[in-house]
Design a protein around this ligand. Structure first.
Ligand code: GCU
Length: 635
């Protein structure tokens, strides 16, 4: 479905596609949506700043492992067969005692939304299949002419959405937001919202069937009913002009506006009040001076209250202004070299053993990273919820964001490429105002082949088209020199295409022992900055033994002590994100009494307690920070 995709202008935007084509795109989407068969609308930006009814809380649910509510006994989807109204589990009410009805939402068990189903019920811990969700709600009061949209922060992995028995559409991809316009389709009372969520892994999926993380299913993020005026602000970007930190530029995309509608951007903290006119597609471009702007950085995460108004609609948020670039092997933040003292993170609150989804989850996890001494976090291996980048903006943490192009994706399948590109597009459009986000990653540990490199090349091009202002990378492949296994070579073809060369290494855990670090040499044929996107080893928190005892805290700490000097021998090293801040659930980790379904490479255990290696890395980062401060002072 055509997205209102706007390349973030590094110069005034080139003439967008013809207004007709652009108008046709949304018009086509609207027509399809009206039939109940359309895909999702392009997402309204900054939904939590909008007037909204939160549809969080207890939803009635029906576990449906045979997809009995979606497929008839010949495996034909009810949607296609009966009518656009869609599936079978659509809360039909019992008419008469003699009527056969084999389900009833009103008496069905409940699950909390947002939230994965796996952690809410022992019987669902390993469940992979369909769960039907149903929630009823009354239409909130709304001024005449306003429009309403259902917003889903994410649903893993596939969602079919029905309102009052009519299908609104479907969404594929477990970690990106989606919306449906429902203007004119709401009853005053008793609206019935039914969502089929299916988390079964698919060979052609993104990710594919094999991952080292838990396949949490469900309505895993916020569900909101948004209310906006007839003409509203759909999207916007405000950021520093690359190469000119005295000016800001960006765009505002209106929806439903007449040509030449005036649009205003105000930044009171900078005395800025800029106005521009929307063109025939509702796009207004801006370029204005930002005198004396304090640039955002981890040391001083200064943000400004940016207010946008047009045609009676107003929306705003706190936005940090900064630049990110590279120069030779240096990564430059606001034109100055920075070393990324990072850690990797899954979207999981280990204390609950569940998907993280809330602002408080983000504050807990990012607070632990700050305590570790980090200025950087790799959000592995998929887009995390929208709260994370907003909290990172506030706390001063640089972010690597990633799409789940992980391991053995189906490189030759055009639908798989479209899926990956759609997820990347959604991620960039959702977070393009987040100063904390500095790297878009197009994948992780993907085996080198011509098809894979062609696939990833398309993704890199998409990222650059949507956002030429941030860096692009991926966790690339490494191999040992057959003639000398202690000589590790990084020559992934992606290194020629990205801004930063990143790779994962596990010398001392999957390969040899920690002492082997001393004899390893790295051959990284690039003049670009290098980030070690993963290293580490498992330890069960509280298991103490000799430094040669696998899964002991002492072994993990010794591994860190011997890995760090090895990596510092790489002259282009400009950052690292060791694997990983916290233990996390994985079906690949069964070792009874030690792993029990958890990957134990965390520096913090699932019980929230720090392991010895946490303090080894903390000490290293403290020294790194002091070194950086001294260099900054000397400049
Ligand atoms: C891989 C992979 C991670 C995985 C880790 C491990 O590098 O990128 O997703 O969890 O290694 O083996 O623990």
């Amino acid at each position: 479905m055509p997205h209102l995709v706007r390349p973030i202008p590094s110069r005034p935007p080139a003439r967008p596609e013809s207004p007709r084509a652009l108008l046709l795109g949304p018009l086509l989407a609207a027509l399809l949506a009206a039939t109940g068969l359309g895909a999702t609308e392009s997402v309204i930006a900054n939904p939590t700043a909008r007037t909204a009814l939160a549809l969080d809380g207890a939803w009635r649910t029906i576990v449906d492992p045979y997809d009995n509510g979606y497929l008839d006994y010949r495996l034909e989807p009810y949607d296609a067969k009966e009518s656009p109204s869609g599936g079978y589990f659509l809360d039909r009410q019992q008419g008469s005692p003699s009527e056969l009805l084999e389900y009833n939402f009103d008496t069905a068990p409940e699950l909390a939304v947002p939230g994965d189903w796996n952690s809410q019920s022992e019987r669902l811990l390993y469940y992979e299949g369909t769960v039907w969700y149903r929630r009823t709600f009354d239409r909130p009061a709304s001024p005449a002419g306003h429009r309403q949209f259902l917003h889903f922060g994410a649903a893993n992995y596939e969602a079919e959405v029905y309102l009052n028995g009519c299908k609104l559409g479907r969404h594929i991809g477990g970690f990106t937001p989606f919306q449906f316009e429902v203007t004119g389709r709401l009853r005053d009372r008793g609206n019935s919202l039914v969502v089929r969520v299916n988390n079964q892994r698919r060979p052609e999926g993104v990710p594919t069937v094999n991952t080292d993380w838990w396949n949490y299913g469900g309505l895993t993020r916020d569900v909101l009913l948004l209310d906006v005026p007839a003409v509203f602000i759909r999207d916007y970007v405000v950021q520093l002009k690359p190469g000119d930190s005295g000016r800001a530029h960006g765009f505002v995309q209106l929806d439903g506006a007449a040509p030449a509608t005036p649009v205003r951007i105000e930044i009171a903290g900078l005395g800025v009040s800029a106005e521009a006119s929307a063109d025939a597609t509702g796009l207004a471009s801006f370029d204005f001076a930002v005198p004396g702007a304090a640039l955002w950085s981890p040391e001083d995460p200064r943000r400004y209250d940016v207010r946008i108004s047009a045609a009676g609609d107003r929306v705003g948020e706190m936005i940090g202004l900064r630049t990110i670039s590279t120069r030779g092997s240096d990564i430059l933040l606001n034109g100055r070299p920075v070393f990324l003292r990072g850690i990797s993170l899954h979207e999981e609150n280990p204390l609950r053993g569940a998907r993280a989804f809330s602002e408080s989850d983000a504050r807990l996890l990012l607070g632990w990273a700050k305590e570790l001494g980090c200025n950087f976090i790799r959000l592995a291996h998929y887009p995390h919820n929208e709260h994370v980048a907003r909290v990172a903006d506030e706390l001063g943490l640089l972010l690597w964001e990633e799409i789940p192009v992980y391991w053995t994706i189906h490189w030759g399948d055009p639908a798989t490429l479209d899926n990956a590109r759609e997820q990347l597009t959604s991620l960039i459009l959702r977070d393009h105002n987040r100063a904390s986000v500095v790297i878009w990653s197009v994948g992780n540990e993907t085996p080198v082949s011509p098809e894979r490199t062609a696939f990833m090349t398309r993704l890199i091009a998409r990222a650059r088209q949507l956002d030429p202002t941030r860096l692009v990378s991926a966790a690339m492949e490494v191999h040992a020199d057959p003639a000398n296994p202690d000589r590790k070579v990084v020559e992934d073809p992606l290194a020629a295409l990205t801004d930063v060369v990143s790779f994962n290494e596990y010398v001392g855990w999957y390969v040899g022992l920690p002492d082997d670090c001393a004899k390893v040499s790295w051959v990284v044929n690039t003049a670009k900055p290098v980030i070690i996107s993963e290293f580490g080893g498992d330890a069960l928190q509280g298991l103490h033994a000799t430094a040669l005892t696998r899964f002991s805290e002492e072994f993990q700490a010794d591994l860190y002590r011997k890995t760090l000097p090895m990596l510092e021998r790489i002259p282009q090293l400009r950052g690292m994100s060791p694997w990983i801040l916290c233990d996390f659930r994985s079906p690949r980790r069964p070792l009874a009494g030690i792993q029990d379904g958890w990957n134990r490479k965390g520096l913090i255990g699932a019980n929230g307690k720090r392991k010895e290696a946490f303090f080894v890395l903390q000490e290293f980062y403290k020294a790194k920070a002091a070194e950086a401060a001294a260099q900054a002072k000397a400049r």
